[in-house]
Design a protein around this ligand. Sequence first.
Ligand SMILES: Cc1cc2nc3c(=O)[nH]c(=O)nc-3n(C[C@H](O)[C@H](O)[C@H](O)COP(=O)(O)OP(=O)(O)OC[C@H]3O[C@@H](n4cnc5c(N)ncnc54)[C@H](O)[C@@H]3O)c2cc1C
Length: 458
Amino acid sequence: MPASFDALVIGTGQAGPALAARLAGAGMAVAVVERAKFGGTCVNDGCTPTKAMVASAYAAHVARRASDYGVRLEGEPRVDFGAVMARKDAIVAKSSGGVERWMAGLKGAKVFRGHARFTGPDKVRVNGEELSAGKIFLNVGGRPLVPDMPGLASVPYLTNQSMMTLDSLPGHLLVAGGSYIGLEFGQMLRRFGSRVTVIEMGPRLVAREDEDVSAALKEILELEGIEVRLDAKCVSVRKEPDGVSAGLECSEGAPRARGTHLLLAVGRVPNTDDLGLEQAGVRIDERGFVEVDGELRTSNPRVWALGDCNGKGAFTHTAYNDYEIVADNLLNGAGRKWSDRVPVYALYTDPPLGRVGMNEAEAKKAGLAVLVGKRPMTRVARAVEKGETLGFLKICVEASSGRILGASLLGVGADEAVHSLIDAVVAKTPYQEFQRRVRIHPTVSELLPTVLEDLKSQ
Ligand SMILES: Cc1cc2nc3c(=O)[nH]c(=O)nc-3n(C[C@H](O)[C@H](O)[C@H](O)COP(=O)(O)OP(=O)(O)OC[C@H]3O[C@@H](n4cnc5c(N)ncnc54)[C@H](O)[C@@H]3O)c2cc1C
């Protein structure tokens, strides 16, 4: 007889633990299964370690610029890469250990360590043990995509996971992929002292963003000595005596880029291929994401999918919001839907990019007449005082209604400042109303109403 539970949570990423705790708190008998480190991607090889390393990279950058602030340091600042990684490891261990202890100590829940695989619509097997449950929640996340790139089979490569265990600083890192993960790693490694070449197949970096954002980011990275190779068609890789090289068919520049290490940052795939989903009648789409309805229920009415594995978000906050939606619907009959949320995210380069709602290109694609307000960070007092004036603030407004559609804030503090626009976008606030509030001086946020004083039709 299988061990029987009310609820079974597979994966302890950003949705699973909170859901398990909430359901156990509501009196359900809960099983939690985790095959690797507790806390999943964000805690172990995503947000937490990268942002810890970004902080070290920022410290190195500021130290190099110390004299700009009237601070004299003896000699060139030196980055102790081992100490950077040890600091990162300590932060990760605390966070991952915290999730593990939380689950182990959860009243009403039992933890199973191992890989879960469906054996029927309401059953999974973990380490030879069969578990059944009335409700099953998938929070299995994703992993780095390893592309079908010519030569890759014979070349050692890094991913965001193996980057976390580097024991020495790469001499020259080739980053395949000019999007969010690639740019964060590229800039931090450059600041630690590596040479960095970012190779992007498309005509610009972070293609999902507006063209002016892509161009500004490229300029910012190049200012720090990062080489950016765009339009890199037919990328192939080859092992070299001293590292690796990539063949590039670019419109400009040398036909090969040489480095000591190669980082693959070309996307992620969901962990759904080894779950036995066919045994449970849970459908996936052509990219492997679990198909879900608005309330995150799968094609099997006993099974829900939360977080990156459902393809409805690729962030910690979207995974956590999935938990909130599912718990609220199950326990309070709230009828919440994932499609009610507006997109919000940040890119943690320095300066960061804070995004909310639609950007200019998305608004135009949706057929809206758009007004755009834009202000360079050189005209933001807080940025000037901090000596960090790269980037700009950009807000999009619907011409007919005046409602704020979204923003792309690229500049110091933008990951925080963007929050003051989230409620406005959700509430479809007319920009004139947004402008009426008093904001704190000196902050980046205080200039957002000013950005809206100079709206231009596009
Ligand atoms: C380098 C990098 C940086 C990032 N930075 C940010 C950031 O700054 N901000 C942000 O919002 N997002 C960031 N993300 C994205 C974020 O990490 C993910 O969106 C988030 O972790 C998704 O969580 P999840 O709950 O869907 O799954 P995950 O966190 O991936 O967790 C899934 C868990 O399920 C387990 N599992 C999988 N299959 C099974 C199975 N069959 N049986 C048992 N257990 C299983 C896995 O071991 C894992 O622990 C980053 C990602 C990367 C790679």
